[in-house]
Ligand binder design. Structure first.
Ligand SMILES: Cc1ncc(COP(=O)(O)O)c(C=O)c1O
Length: 392
């Protein structure tokens, strides 16, 4: 028996089940078109909603930040000081989100690991949507709080569960704002209402809401007009913002507490100056105009309408996220491979990212796709869809 037999067996099983994830190599900047595995392809799977990942204004801001602050923070902020750049970003982001304060973190995943286990502990109760993102699930797993998983977007059942645990000294409802694989929205007004009824805190993961929903892409809380009624907003800077990093935003006392007690904040170095500088530029662009947001939605509407006309099942998304539902993982991988052969990069998503039997291509349009690009993609989807008998 070799020491790694269990790993080899598990990998073979993944291959047998068609669940082995083959990661392609990107050989240049992420834009509408990208060089992937040596081939120039239309990129239809990045979360580059607004096209900021290769925006000259963000690149210039990153270069300038490197000139002023160097390439790294060289330590944890609470141990060796925090750069004024991070503070500037936190102030600008809080003003953009309409919150009292914000906290810059290294990634969105990390932000969930900062907020949930810091706020919640033994004897408390967490209420979490069954389709929440993995980073929320892991944040919940890191606490000693009880976990109550409520059915997807079901406020009536959530209310019943809250009533059953109404005497718990602390309760937190946590939900994705936009569910990342299906593109549907959390029923945030209903959630806030039941939270207020039972004195629960509310936290929303706005990873796919910022840059997409609300005025100038301020996010899901702004979209629903719930400013001041959501206790913790969590977000990522690696999707619409085009960079990398995460944040938490909310009332000052909560943010202050997270700065004092959030373990990934206290024990892990800050985001790099280049990242933070680029993010400041992204916020500035969005504050000054909503043109990229409007372009994104215009493209999304066009693409979805074309795909629906062809007869594809694109799920029940309410946002630019467009799942092309294909059933078994093997079909999704085959579909992805075939569209790639026709110069469209759209990655298959299968279990464990989505439930078994619900494999799909998660297709993403962006503000930098042209109508010609989208027509090209639709044409390729039609050809492959017919060849694989997904559509008639
Ligand atoms: C809903 C959601 N939350 C959190 C994250 C994690 O964000 P990041 O990639 O910045 O760690 C992601 C993305 O991967 C996400 O889709």
């Amino acid at each position: 028996m070799g020491k790694y037999d269990f790993v080899v067996a598990e990998l073979a099983e993944l291959r047998n089940q068609g669940l082995y994830n083959t990661i392609r190599t990107i050989e240049g900047p992420v834009g509408a078109w990208t060089v992937v595995d040596g081939r120039r392809v239309l990129n239809m799977c990045a979360n580059n909603y607004l096209g900021f990942a290769n925006d000259p204004r963000l690149k210039q801001a990153a270069r300038q930040a490197i000139e002023s602050y160097g390439v790294g923070p060289a330590a944890v902020r609470s141990i060796a000081g925090t750069m004024s750049l991070h503070i500037e970003f936190e102030r600008k982001l809080a003003a953009f989100k309409g919150t009292e304060d914000a906290l810059s973190l290294q990634s969105g995943f990390c932000a969930n690991l900062v907020a949930i286990p810091t706020v919640m502990g033994a004897g408390h109760v967490l209420f979490t949507d069954e389709l929440n993102h993995a980073s929320i699930i892991d944040g919940c797993r890191l606490t000693k709080a009880d976990r109550v998983i409520y059915p997807h977007r079901d406020v009536d059942t959530l209310r019943k569960f809250l009533a059953e645990r109404k005497d718990a000294p602390r309760k937190l409802i946590v939900t994705d704002g936009v569910f990342s694989m299906d593109g549907d929205l959390a029923p945030l007004p209903g959630i806030v209402e039941v939270a207020e009824e039972f004195g629960a805190l509310v936290m929303v993961d706005d990873a796919h809401g910022e840059g997409v929903l609300g005025s100038h892409g301020r996010g899901v809380v702004d979209h629903f007009g719930l400013q001041g009624r959501v206790d913790i907003e969590m977000g990522t800077l690696s999707k619409a913002f085009g960079v990398v990093g995460g944040y938490l935003a909310g009332k000052r006392p909560i943010m202050e507490y997270l700065r004092q007690r959030g373990r990934p904040f206290l024990f892990s170095s800050a985001a790099t100056p280049a990242d933070v500088g680029a993010c400041i530029a992204a916020v500035k662009i969005l504050e000054e105009g909503d043109e990229p947001v409007r372009k994104l939605w215009d493209n999304a509407r066009y693409f979805k309408a074309q795909m629906a006309d062809l007869g594809f099942d694109t799920g029940h998304s309410e946002t630019p996220i467009t799942p092309v539902m294909l059933g078994e993982a093997s079909m999704a991988w085959e579909f992805s491979k075939r569209v790639f052969e026709h110069d469209v990069f759209a990655q298959a998503i299968a279990y464990p990212t989505v439930p078994k039997g619900q494999a799909r291509l998660r297709v993403m349009v962006s503000a930098v796709h042209t109508k010609e690009d989208l027509a090209f993609a639709v044409n390729v989807f039609a050809r492959v869809g017919r060849a694989l008998k997904v559509i008639a």
